[in-house]
Design a protein around this ligand. Sequence first.
Ligand code: ZN
Length: 414
Amino acid sequence: MNPIHVNAERLWSSLMAMAAIGATARGGCNRQALTDADRAGRDLFTAWGRAAGCEVSVDAIGNIFLRREGLQAGLDPVLIGSHLDTQATGGRFDGVFGVLAGLEVLRTLDDHGLRLNRTLEVASWTNEEGCRFAPAMLGSGVVAGAYDLDFAYARTDVAGVSVAAELDRIGYRGSVPARARPFRAMFEAHIEQGPILEQTATTIGVVTGIQGAYWLDVTLEGVSCHAGPTPMESRRDPWRAACPIIEGAFAIAAGRAPWGRATVGDIKAIPGSRNTVPERLVVSVDLRHPEQGTLDATVAEFRELVGTHAARHGIRAGIEQIWHMPPTTFDADLVELIDRCAAALGLTRARIVSGAGHDSLHTAKFAPTAMIFVPCTGGLSHNEAEDASPADLRAGADVLLRAVLAVADESGRP
Ligand SMILES: [Zn+2]
């Protein structure tokens, strides 16, 4: 059988039509969750869905589902999804590509008059970005049971406006219960949001999972004193411990290349005066790795490092765990399927781990899940200059189409 392909021009023009909603002067998008722009984007998406003959439903947290009925009733549907909301200074592709690639799959099947055995659904999850309402990935998180609906409703933005009030205001608090249902598979296509695919001239990232993370606050306490009169050897300066601890954290991550990550995002010096040795430093440390065992070992080694250098310099040290996100491992059969689909299409491909969180992190809790990455220019994302080539986007959507055909039709393709 001749493979069918998505309509790349239609996909691109849909992406550009969506990008026009909330377009920024610098070529990006500001379509933050549950704003007027988000409502306009949702309205356009649901109109496209109805035009494609889909049944449109909205659940209690505002997640939107387009449903294309399959031939055989009773089979678990195949879900494709991502998000339409953006950062305040976001780009045109983050999330949007995964939603509109899903729509393009439905449209392509219609072009070819194909009905599949399984029902297909295309989801747009509410508030993935988390920039207006924390936490991120809220809509998929509620469905996965990670957050209570009432907790989600009560989240507020900086102006004190709640998720519930905004859902009502834009008319997207739906009647369908926001809870998990059985799905045969869930696919999310996404731009990589990092530089690896571009740097290795690879078109398709076959995503095996999402990194886990620990957020730690390290407090180092010494004795504050005058910067002038106090000889160096008489000080108990917390920086003397902080410097080797920070260097050591980078070394610990580098020792677990290519996936180990250590980031020191913030340091507070207290009292914070230029002619005073600080009494206390609070250092925020973000440690990541895709395997739980290695991640835990990373944290254990880091804790030891803190203890060693604090003792060496007479500094009191404390470590507070602020947050832990366990790693996500995607469904091995679906990962393998995506690899085969990319190979069958003659595309360059490589296994990759997602460094960023995605809705797939939550869907993996209730459905076999996998992701498809395509390159983005310069690895740039969460930036108005975010860009991706039409050819790469077409390739990603073609892999998605083929993978969907394979699981929704079960006729042996590809
Ligand atoms: Zn995204």
